[in-house]
Design a protein around this ligand. Structure first.
Ligand SMILES: NC(=O)c1ccc[n+]([C@@H]2O[C@H](COP(=O)([O-])OP(=O)(O)OC[C@H]3O[C@@H](n4cnc5c(N)ncnc54)[C@H](OP(=O)(O)O)[C@@H]3O)[C@@H](O)[C@H]2O)c1
Length: 318
């Protein structure tokens, strides 16, 4: 049983990680910028303490880390204002924060630091996102010194509450067809509970220190295939209109200016490299096939989705 600080624990993956860690009876603190907007199921977990905190405030971060045995950093964003080699929001969330976390973990003799990155993280990568992820990993290693660090690099993650398959399923409920760029982009989607299991095992397994785990599912899909599957599983399959690269860039340029941008040109650049891995899973884990679980929640999502508009108005996620 450890005192675990779960940064970014209020998000999609974080909720599943918290549930898995609570099974092992770890005592978990999750800082969030907006506690009132967090999921109720997280608040009701027995050993979880959800606290309102700004982790970019140094004194706050130090206080949180000083009281922890294990720190897991899941903070991440998909969009940033632009910059070279990456924009300021990526710098803040993916590089500066992880660096400071690693420094403070070293200072306070934290036993384990688990750092969430992403498959394709690369200082020389084609997108600002991937370059900032590569820089974040390097910053954590530099600042961590002798700290026992494990880095996770998942492909795109699916599961109840994701913003990937669920979003594509929702779009097909409302749109007559799906205009889609980069339909041939390749992914190896990984089930969120498998990611949570790998993280939970790493918390207690000292042999995972110093390792980087690439976490990819058992099957490679193109983006077009994934969108089609989301439509089929949810019962609303729609035709997919493959957009030429130039039109896709225009679509992304418009969408990245909208509030809560769902797509940006930088996202398209990330998709220009295959998001796949042949790496073996740690701890002998066998990743779950998408088709065995996705129909379950995508098919059932619709009865509850009639409340989505009311939840959005109330500022409460589903
Ligand atoms: N989902 C995927 O397919 C996928 C694939 C590869 C890697 N990853 C990485 O895995 C991690 C978790 O992903 P997710 O899908 O669970 O993300 P998510 O649902 O968007 O959750 C992100 C979490 O990070 C926190 N956060 C976001 N921006 C922040 C900021 N600027 N400062 C402080 N906290 C911030 C949020 O906390 P608040 O409660 O304060 O909002 C939230 O808990 C991320 O690092 C992501 O990049 C995800």
């Amino acid at each position: 049983m450890a005192r675990v600080l779960l940064l970014g624990g209020s998000g999609f993956i974080g909720r599943h990680v918290a549930e898995r860690l609570a099974l092992d009876q770890h005592v978990i603190t999750i800082p969030t910028r907006r506690r009132e907007r967090s999921r109720r199921d997280l608040i009701t977990l027995p050993t979880v303490d959800l606290v309102t905190a700004d982790v970019h405030d140094d004194a706050t971060l130090e206080r949180l880390i000083a009281g922890s045995d294990v720190v897991i950093n899941l903070v991440g964003i998909l969009q940033s204002r632009p910059g070279t080699p990456y924009g300021p929001d990526f710098e803040r969330a993916h590089v500066a924060l992880p660096r400071r976390v690693a420094q403070l973990c070293s200072r306070h003799a934290v036993t384990r630091l688990l750092h969430m990155s992403a498959l394709g993280a690369d200082l020389e990568g084609p997108s600002e996102y991937l370059r900032s992820r590569g820089a974040g990993e390097a910053a954590v290693r530099d600042a961590g010194g002798a700290l026992a660090i494990t880095v996770f690099r998942p492909s795109v993650v699916f599961g109840p509450g994701d913003s990937f398959l669920t979003l594509f399923a929702r779009m097909q409920r409302w749109l007559p067809f799906i205009p889609l760029a980069m339909t041939g982009a390749r992914f190896q989607p990984v089930f969120v509970e498998d990611v949570a299991e790998a993280i939970a095992r790493s918390v207690t397994d000292p042999a995972s220190a110093g390792q980087t785990f690439e976490l990819a599912g058992p099957q490679v899909f193109t983006l077009g295939e994934l969108v089609a599957l989301a439509g089929t599983f949810s019962g609303h399959p729609r035709p997919i209109l493959a957009l030429p690269r130039f039109i896709g860039l225009v679509q992304a340029a418009v969408m990245e200016r909208l509030p809560g941008a769902l797509l940006s040109r930088d996202n398209l650049r990330s998709m220009s490299v295959d998001n796949v891995s042949q790496a073996r899973w740690p701890f002998g884990l066998v990743p779950t096939a998408l088709a065995t679980v996705a129909p379950g929640w995508l098919g059932k999502a619709w009865p509850r989705s009639r409340f989505d508009r009311h939840r959005a108005v109330a500022g409460r996620p589903g």
